[in-house]
Design a protein around this ligand. Structure first.
Ligand code: ZN
Length: 315
């Protein structure tokens, strides 16, 4: 039996230069720099989180910045081709002007009745802003943003996954994660998480590009919301029942995680709603210092010496 998730928890991608990455997501897109920590599996690399005021699940795009010369990724099957944030319809002109003023090329289209602005971040990661009038949001406005509250990004709208054939990935969405096919248009199939709500959409498209290669400019994994560790343990069984390999429950300090690569090649994660980003920083101080999990505190000096050069993002 499938479990259900309310939708997306976070999206994690690989960037090049950390400064350029943070300057873009904070200075241009107006997200809050919620957390600066290191990749727990590779402590020589930063792990940045950008989201709403509190880093609410469903608002956070996160990055491992590998360096300017880091191995470039290659587009192909098994990749997330777009991470879409929700905006108000009244904000379409604002965002068009704001992005064009930065020299960013924008593609404008209409999809399932909503206006969609498509563009890429400085590393080539596909982003979209979807103007949807009635969509719900749980994003908390960030008063320190260079973008006024009215126009701020309002959490995730959806992600688009490109796969060689839709069938196997679709069956994981529906049979394991409880999504339902909602609509279909021009080679795009839209699945919605049970119950709907913010960030509950996954679109599938087919590509004949061959398997992609993970690297700078590609998404590393996408995470869905799990209530708590108990539910996560049940998820493990459901993944296994469908013949999928799945990790143990891993403590990521701000949430607990399990990971499973779906047959189309996309790495899925299920992440718990808590404890959240205020576990080691006051909400007013989020992102202001390098935080480390307890088991890396003893190595703080060496870690800081080896991390790439980085200053507070430019707003
Ligand atoms: Zn993750």
């Amino acid at each position: 039996m499938a479990l259900t998730t309310p939708g997306l928890h976070h999206v994690t991608a690989i960037a090049g230069d950390p400064q350029r990455n943070a300057d873009f997501y904070v200075g241009t897109l107006g997200l809050r720099f919620v957390k600066r920590t290191v990749n727990h599996d590779d402590p020589g690399t930063y792990h940045f989180y950008f989201g709403d005021r509190e880093g609410t699940p469903g608002t956070n795009i996160t990055f491992f910045p590998w360096s300017i010369g880091g191995r470039q990724g290659r587009f192909g099957a098994g990749q997330t081709t777009a991470t879409a944030y929700l905006i108000r319809p009244e904000s379409i002109d604002y965002w068009t002007d704001r992005l064009e003023a930065e020299g960013i090329d924008i593609g404008r289209t209409t999809r399932f009745g909503d206006t969609v602005l498509r563009f890429s971040d400085p590393d080539g990661i596909g982003l979209e802003l979807v103007a949807s009038a009635n969509a719900e949001t749980t994003a908390e406005p960030w008063e320190g943003s260079p973008v006024s509250v009215d126009h701020q990004l309002r959490g995730f709208h959806s992600i688009t996954l490109a796969v060689a054939e839709v069938g196997p990935t679709a069956s994981v969405l529906t049979d394991v994660l409880g999504f339902e096919l909602e609509a279909e248009t021009e080679g795009r199939r839209r699945y919605r998480a049970d119950g709907g709500g913010p960030g509950s959409i996954v679109d599938l498209v087919e590509t004949d590009a061959g398997r992609g290669r993970m690297g700078v400019g590609t998404v590393h994994h996408v995470a869905f919301k799990a209530t708590d560790i108990e539910e996560q343990k049940r998820w493990r069984s459901v993944f296994a029942e469908h013949g999928l390999r799945v990790t143990e429950v891993i403590d990521r300090k701000y949430f607990h995680s399990i990971y499973s690569r779906e047959p189309g090649g996309v790495l899925f994660e299920a992440a718990t709603m808590g404890p959240g980003f205020t576990i080691d920083e006051n909400v007013t101080e989020l992102g202001s210092t390098l935080t480390l999990p307890d088991w890396l505190e003893d190595e703080r000096k060496e870690i800081e010496e080896h991390l790439l050069e980085f200053d507070d993002p430019t707003i």
